[in-house]
Design a protein around this ligand. Sequence first.
Ligand SMILES: [Ca+2]
Ligand SMILES: [Ca+2]
Length: 281
Amino acid sequence: MKRPFLRLLAVFLGSVCSVHALPPAPYYTLYGTVRDDVGQIVVTQGAEVILLKGGVEVARTAIDSTLRPDQNYELRLRLDHARATTRLYTPEALATDGQFTVRVRMNDRLFLPIQVTGNLTAGKGGERVRFDLTIGEDSDSDGLPDLWEEWQLYLAGHAPLPNGRWDISLLGPAGDLDNDGSNDLAEYIGGTYAADPMSQLFLESKERGVNFWRFEFPRVTGKTYQLLRSTSMAPGSWTPVDFALTQGGVPAAFHRAQEAGPISIFVVPLAGREFYRLTVQ
Ligand SMILES: [Ca+2]
Ligand SMILES: [Ca+2]
């Protein structure tokens, strides 16, 4: 099978980025994806992200899996540029560079996401900052939930240590337990097995017609896929491209998998050289 430059290019939309907007609205926007401890996007009805300042709630928003393909929550916060001698104009406003923390409420329980350690610092008004959240325990502080790590070790044929615990240090975001070229964080995000080298995300070119290009990739139930295209592969040159699930079908910006297995997607090709990459959430 031929997979050279089209081979997965699992891109994490989880990195922090910020976009500056113009005044007058001094909102600070926190957004991202909330996942559970096996990597699935939270779809629980009534689940919320809650923001606290000094232990007191100042904002909350519903977790909504239909919000956008690459995020299921968004919190817009008012920031106050108050100087040390002035007071915040509303009790709900956060002082610029103020301290806050985040919790997730789900099934009437409050969870501390593993990314949240201590207080966080709000930036400046107009910023839009990605902050992905994972519910679960992370006793080795590597950003991967312990339950998922233990599950991968079980699948790999490992046994618990004599003390009954699993040696989760064998996995890490930059590690590659099965040596398949996809690191353990990519496998967690992509929903593939970190202990099975045959299980990984890749994009394969299958067929080039006069006015279509057919690709195939192995989808995982519950994951959302988007396609990006570039004519140079230069950083910043990748732009989203719509794709259809059938030749001549209606193109869409993303695909949310309802089942597992290989899937074909169709795009209208450009005239010249082009490169594609697949992203997963
Ligand atoms: Ca961990
Ligand atoms: Ca791997």
